[in-house]
Design a protein around this ligand. Structure first.
Ligand code: FEO
Length: 172
């Protein structure tokens, strides 16, 4: 496998697992504040990030490369409010989108068609990821300081269920 792509994809495994770590930390913060619905939503999000990491893992293996796991950067443990957490999640997704765009540029520069095809899924996924986080930011802005509003939203967020993708299917 192309060495530059192999190195960049290994770095992306780390970035996706770091995302999982970040969202799991948000889940823990929500759990500690009796916001079980928000916590459940973030747990599902963390699981989705592990699936993203595994897609890169499998691709590297399939192409005859070597998966090399790296230390995961520390994440914050506390957010002032659900709004602050979701703003941070949105900013993080924009950062991940930037990374995917950089990977796509590299794959094009290296003329690596399998990598380009593979990354197409992530380009689409990032549109969803940014839109979902932004939607929650907007809803939380509407809720504002309303206790009953937050209570209702927490219940609604708790409806999210993580479904592991079947082989070849997109993540939930
Ligand atoms: Fe793997 Fe949320 O991007």
């Amino acid at each position: 496998m192309n060495e530059k792509i192999e190195k960049a994809f290994n770095d992306q495994i780390n970035a996706e697992l770091h995302s999982a770590y970040l969202y799991l930390s948000m889940a823990a913060d929500f759990d500690g504040k009796s916001l079980g619905g928000f916590a459940g939503w973030m747990r599902a999000q963390a699981q989705e990030e592990v699936i993203h990491a595994m897609k890169f893992y499998d691709f590297i293996n399939d192409r005859g490369g070597k998966v090399k796991l790296q230390p995961i950067k520390e994440v914050p443990t506390e957010w002032k409010s659900p709004l602050e957490a979701f703003k941070a999640a949105y900013d993080h997704e924009c950062y991940i989108s930037g990374r995917i765009n950089d990977l796509m540029k590299l794959a094009r520069d290296e003329n690596d068609n399998p990598a380009i095809n593979f990354l197409d899924w992530f380009v689409n996924e990032q549109v969803e990821e940014e839109a979902t986080a932004d939607e929650k930011v907007q809803e939380l802005k509407l809720v504002g300081d309303s206790g009953p509003g937050l209570f209702m939203m927490d219940r609604e967020m708790g409806q999210r269920v993580f479904t592991p993708p079947a082989d070849g299917e997109e993540g939930a």
